[in-house]
Design a protein around this ligand. Structure first.
Ligand code: LLP
Length: 382
């Protein structure tokens, strides 16, 4: 936990809205993953937070990267990740992604049978399987339901492995990712069970990639046990691809009170909103809010951002001490899918990001300026 005094220092030094990350919590999350998953290979799903400061720290701790765009592949290379440390995934990979992945010697996740013919020659590949399961998460975050756009069906998977071999690729094994922020460990058990049901048709495999998707309160040892059992059924090495679990708790969004307004509903207006943290608006996500000031109890409030949209709410029904302009709020569990999903809507420059390590602050992304936002336009467009 970053001491409140240091959060105040960061807000004063770098301004708000501001993303801050606690390096000790990042390291602790990785230690929890390693403790639960033992010898499994860990690939960080950098979509959760692509900041080079965090990515470099994870890479230096021995973690690989799961990439889903040419830009993410370039980030992996920038922090020194190549070859077996890089996985290239995605349902609609571009020619640029195949080329960039091949240049790094990455492993490709095949998401549909037609991809076999598009892979660079002699690629290492896994086949993503859709286990056709409803899981315990928000609809937008479920990826393994029947009819989702991801993976091949259970019935198709053995033939796609054969097609890879016939085309001269190395068919390493199978991949499954059932969704994100999945609460119930039994969902993973069910998914892995459907994969092991394929064992008689696939024969032994070198790798089973069990994806990520673990909710922050998920039973990690339980999921790990099931994943290892599934890998063992194939005689395979276990790979995992956590995103949220590694970075969510290390991150906090700092925002200041602009003022209050009572319209029949009580609002605290703050300087961050949907452009900085979209998750509450997009998924109804509840992020814990901590007031960093002291005053007498001051009622229950909805936190609204500066955007001209009624849905621009950071949190609802939050009990706060009496707020005054300039008071500082910490929005927690914001290290995953926070900064990475921030936008320039309304020509709002993206916030700065700072890493707290060994009791001090290091800026890992400077605050954008309006010029940064329009740099690619008009005279610079060609
Ligand atoms: N592997 C694959 C193939 C994935 O698609 C994802 C996430 C992960 C790993 C990492 O999942 P995690 O461990 O982070 O749950 N924007 C949403 C989350 C979308 C996740 C997409 N795929 C949110 O803010 O909750």
């Amino acid at each position: 936990m970053i001491p409140a005094a240091d959060l105040h220092t960061a807000a004063e030094r770098f301004g708000t809205p501001l993303y801050v990350y606690d390096a000790a919590e990042l390291d602790a999350a990785l230690a929890r993953v390693r403790a639960a998953f033992g010898a499994a290979r860990v690939f960080y799903a950098m979509k959760a937070n692509p900041n080079l400061g965090l990515l470099r720290r994870l890479a230096q701790s021995g973690v690989g990267a799961e990439c889903v765009s040419p830009g993410e592949i370039a980030r992996a290379e920038k922090v020194g990740l190549t070859g077996e440390k890089v996985i290239v995934n995605g349902p609609a990979k571009s020619a640029a992604e195949y080329a960039a992945g091949a240049r790094l010697g990455a492993t490709f996740i095949v998401d549909r049978a037609e991809e076999v013919g598009r892979l660079p020659p002699a690629s290492r590949a896994l086949v993503r399987v859709n286990p056709a399961l409803e899981v315990s998460t928000h609809d937008h975050l479920a990826t393994g339901a029947a009819g989702s756009k991801f993976g091949v069906t259970l019935a198709q998977a053995p033939a796609v492995l054969d097609a890879l071999r016939a085309a001269g690729h190395t068919a390493l094994g199978l991949h499954v990712h059932i969704g994100s922020a999945v609460r119930d460990a039994h969902d993973f058990t069910a998914a892995f069970g459907r994969l092991t049901g394929l064992r008689a048709r696939t024969g032994p495999l070198a790798v089973l990639d069990a994806g990520g998707g673990w909710g922050l309160d998920a039973d990690l040892p339980g999921i790990a046990r099931e994943a290892h059992a599934a890998a063992a059924a194939f005689g395979a090495e276990l790979w995992v691809e956590p995103g949220r679990y590694l970075v969510a708790r290390s991150g906090t969004l700092l925002t200041r009170v602009v003022g209050t307004k009572r319209t029949g509903r009580d609002f605290v207006l703050v300087d961050a909103g949907m452009t900085e943290l979209l998750r509450p608006m997009l998924y109804g996500a509840a992020h814990p809010v901590t007031p960093l000031w002291t005053a007498e109890p001051g009622g229950v409030w909805d936190l609204a951002g500066p955007a001209c949209e009624s849905g621009d709410l950071l949190a609802q029904g939050v009990a706060l001490p009496t707020p005054a302009p300039g008071d500082l709020l910490a929005v927690g569990e914001a290290g995953a899918y926070g900064a990475g999903m921030s936008s320039n809507y309304l020509t709002r420059p993206r916030p700065a990001e700072a890493l707290y390590e060994a009791g001090g602050w290091r800026l890992v992304r400077r605050r954008e300026t309006p010029e940064d936002v329009w740099r690619a336009e008009e005279d610079n467009a060609e």
